[in-house]
Design a protein around this ligand. Structure first.
Ligand SMILES: C[S@@+](CC[C@H](N)C(=O)[O-])C[C@H]1O[C@@H](n2cnc3c(N)ncnc32)[C@H](O)[C@@H]1O
Length: 226
């Protein structure tokens, strides 16, 4: 994306300030409180979640593909004296062994990845069986009228926040082999209606069954590879 992605990185914290104040920060806080063990956060941006990780986190790895965001993220990690490891990588191509993490966190990222299914399969690959995906995303409305509005306004959404507002992300998560075990929908704080609701929840990657044709594989076939 070049100039656009640099501009997005430079303006991101200011762009989000109103939403953060009006409730986004609280949604982040509730979500991140669930993270523990070996944690991977994808698309970490400027590091808005860094301060929210608690004592239960054994290790924190944050990936981010855009150089201008990576610079801000690294600065933020340093300023906080955080032990987080920052790596430049897209969610579609994660440089980790299979089963490396207990939890993967995605906040406002699955709306913008280039290939959502490929990214989700990668998350499934690097999560251990039984591991959890914690997400805070905005997505296509289940109300057909609102969804059509999002389709019409997607060009503006792209221009404003460099992502798609009309992706059926929950369906994609299920399609990639996850079981969605908790979902809360909230008005997206301080955002125009076409952004859609803030959807906060968790999905689990089922452990492989002990017998049958899949026995012995680390992750279900639908969640592996990518
Ligand atoms: C709306 S920002 C969200 C940043 C941060 N997660 C947050 O909650 O504030 C979207 C982030 O996803 C990153 N991103 C874009 N394409 C990506 C990809 N293919 N894989 C991972 N992250 C990506 C962007 O560079 C940006 O930092």
């Amino acid at each position: 994306m070049g100039v656009r992605s640099t501009l997005f990185a430079v303006t991101y914290d200011r762009l989000m300030a109103k939403s953060e104040e009006q409730g986004l920060r609280e949604l982040r806080r509730r979500l991140i409180a669930e993270a523990g063990g070996r944690v991977l956060e994808i698309g970490g941006g400027t590091g808005a979640n860094l301060a929210l990780y608690g004592r239960g986190v054994e290790s924190l790895t944050v990936t981010e593909p855009e150089p201008a965001m990576v610079r801000r993220l690294e600065r933020h990690v340093q300023e906080r004296g955080s032990n987080a490891t920052v790596l430049r990588a897209p969610a579609e191509d994660l440089p980790f062994e299979d089963d490396s993490f207990d939890v993967v966190v995605s906040t406002l990222v699955l709306c913008g990845v280039s290939d959502q299914q490929r990214a989700l399969r990668q998350l499934g690959r690097v999560l251990r069986p039984g591991g959890r995906l914690l997400f805070l995303e905005h997505m296509r409305s289940e109300d057909p009228k609102q969804a059509r509005h999002q389709d019409r306004m997607n060009w503006l959404n792209r221009l404003m926040v460099c992502c798609e507002c009309n992706r059926p992300t929950l369906d994609s998560v299920r399609e990639a082999g996850f079981v969605v075990d908790h979902v809360e929908r909230e008005v997206f704080p301080g955002a125009p209606s076409f952004i859609g609701q803030a959807v906060v929840g968790s999905a689990t990657l089922p452990a492989p069954t002990p017998s049958g044709p899949g026995a012995g594989t680390a992750v279900p076939e639908t969640a592996a590879g990518g």
